[in-house]
Design a protein around this ligand. Sequence first.
Ligand SMILES: Nc1nc2c([nH]c(=O)n2[C@@H]2O[C@H](COP(=O)(O)OP(=O)(O)OP(=O)(O)O)[C@@H](O)[C@H]2O)c(=O)[nH]1
Length: 134
Amino acid sequence: MKTEVTRVVAAVVQRGKRYLCMQRGRSQYSYLSEHWEFPGGKVEEGESDHEALVREIKEEMDWDVFVGRKIGEVTHDYPDFKVSITAYLCKGGDEDYKLLEHIDDKWLPLDQLKSLNWAEADRVLIERFLSEKE
Ligand SMILES: Nc1nc2c([nH]c(=O)n2[C@@H]2O[C@H](COP(=O)(O)OP(=O)(O)OP(=O)(O)O)[C@@H](O)[C@H]2O)c(=O)[nH]1
């Protein structure tokens, strides 16, 4: 039984009226492979969400982000594991980021967010975020 929940933090990085969406590379799970997500990753033991988010984005994009308010939390059961994702509204630093792990990036306005092929957990986060903005 999949009882263990992987704690994940995600950054919804805002620049003006656009939000940063990142495309994952190929992975062993078809339901995540080349799907879109928000930058972030797993929270390590002893780390706060804030610390994990800053570390993950430095690691995967060589970028400094400023973490703002929590915008949502979702728990999702993938076929092989379970995640609990907490999303924070963030601002990016002035420097350009690099795609060290992702294969593509897009800055999209709210009304276009749903056009991408998101990881399933993110669909829920996006729905909630959109309804909050209405
Ligand atoms: N970063 C991120 N991960 C997400 C999102 N949505 C979602 O389902 N996930 C899943 O949550 C998990 C996060 O793990 P990760 O692989 O990004 O984190 P990590 O770099 O710490 O992991 P690793 O070092 O084990 O590879 C993955 O299974 C990923 O598919 C999202 O919006 N952002």
